[in-house]
Write a protein that binds this ligand. Structure first.
Ligand SMILES: Cc1cc2nc3c(=O)[nH]c(=O)nc-3n(C[C@H](O)[C@H](O)[C@H](O)COP(=O)(O)OP(=O)(O)OC[C@H]3O[C@@H](n4cnc5c(N)ncnc54)[C@H](O)[C@@H]3O)c2cc1C
Length: 356
């Protein structure tokens, strides 16, 4: 998949493509694979590199959304559980089973989380990973030796998947090309073309490596620009209503001594009502995340001090020794492209993750 050969396909000014996709993250590449495998002529244009933005900054979990179950969003969980199963079936080299331990400091929570997670297993019927089980406090210490032992009343083990988000994106790009699609990175969409009836009829883009401008005619244009969706909408119509609220999430990376296990930690209820994960990742531990609304999307989002403080503070309640600033090996931040709520000021963690 040589870039020069991909961009050459876009220089044919007379060609009308079935679809142009703006954005080469998980969404855009997924759409492009879908279109290509249906026999459509499709071109996916990415401004920087594939998965450079949000799609390489996730917690790397293939999950059914346990926390949405807490909110009673069963349909969303059902859909996500099916996707979780399909991802493992389609890309077993990138998706693996990951066991999580929820440590409980109240007897009641053993019962509550065991029942909830057994229901989660039942919902994934036919697409399941491992089965959930109750474990004693002694077993919690065996599975996660760095757990805070004082007051521990037991735990629940459940299973979700873990995947390599950036590699998944690259594999999607390769699959798209294998199926006759075209994908180009360093290609910034700068304008939308309209036909005489005022309907969208393609895009203009610039090859960032040469500065050359291209015009691509298309029967449909898919806006998959993540947090930058509104920038593309404004190219079409300056009056367009804001569609996306960027919600920032940060992870810190710690040494494996803070976990010493292949099991991951899941904290089901943090002080801000979210969940926190500490997951083994390439002999290190990734701990996160946060959920903070940002006024404008950023290509290189920067972690806020309050986010790091929150992660360290929450992790310290469950990890012994508690990690401190000097233990942080690296930090990465990403922004979720969440559907903007109609009512301003809604908390981003309350915004549904389902499609709009
Ligand atoms: C902290 C955090 C943790 C998460 N954890 C998980 C998880 O564990 N599991 C999970 O499944 N999901 C997780 N997610 C969600 C997941 O990462 C996102 O849903 C997904 O990456 C969104 O992909 P996207 O393609 O919509 O956006 P992006 O990956 O941001 O892609 C949009 C692309 O559009 C490009 N673009 C923008 N403007 C233009 C233009 N003018 N021309 C061309 N291209 C343009 C950008 O460069 C970008 O590459 C997490 C998200 C965050 C932030």
């Amino acid at each position: 998949m040589e870039r020069a050969s991909q961009i050459k396909k876009l220089s044919d000014k007379g060609k009308i493509w079935d679809m142009v996709v703006v954005g080469g993250g998980a969404t855009g590449l997924g759409v492009a694979v879908d279109a290509a495998t249906r026999g459509m002529s499709v071109a996916c244009l990415e401004k920087t590199d594939f998965a450079k933005c949000t799609s390489s900054r996730s917690t790397k979990l293939v999950h059914g959304g346990v926390r949405y179950l807490q909110k009673g969003d069963v349909m969303l969980v059902l859909e996500a559980l099916r996707e979780r199963g399909r991802m493992k079936a389609n890309a077993p080299h990138l998706v693996k089973d990951q066991a999580f331990v929820i440590s409980n400091y109240r007897y009641w929570d053993n019962f509550l989380y065991f029942c909830g997670l057994t229901f989660y297993d039942l919902l994934s019927f036919g697409f399941g990973y491992g089965r959930s089980k109750y474990i004693s406090a002694k077993k919690v210490m065996k599975y996660i030796p760095t757990s805070v032992e004082k007051g521990l009343k037991g735990g629940v083990v459940y299973h979700d998947g873990q995947f390599d988000d950036s590699r998944m994106a690259i594999n999607l790009a390769q699959t798209c090309v294998e199926n006759g699609g075209t994908v180009v990175n360093e290609a910034t969409v700068t304008g939308i073309l309209h036909n005489e009836a005022g309907k969208v009829a393609g895009v203009k883009f610039v090859d960032n490596t040469t500065g050359e401008e291209y015009t691509v005619k298309a029967r449909s244009v898919v806006n998959a620009a993540g947090c930058f969706v509104d920038d593309i909408m404004h190219m079409d119509s300056p009056e367009h209503r804001k569609m996306v609220t960027p919600s920032q999430g940060v992870h810190i990376v710690l040494d494996m001594k803070f976990l010493q296990s292949d099991y991951a930690i899941m904290v089901p209820k943090t002080s801000d009502g979210r969940v926190l994960f500490a997951v083994p990742w390439h002999d290190k531990v990734v701990v996160g995340t946060t959920d903070i609304v940002r006024p404008t999307p950023e290509e290189e989002p920067r972690p806020l001090k309050e986010e790091i403080d929150f992660i360290l503070g929450t992790a310290g309640l469950y990890m012994n020794p508690a990690p401190t600033y000097k233990d942080i090996l690296s930090v990465f931040a990403g922004q979720r492209p969440l559907a903007a709520p109609k009512k301003e000021g809604k908390n981003t963690k309350e915004i549904s993750r389902s499609h709009k």
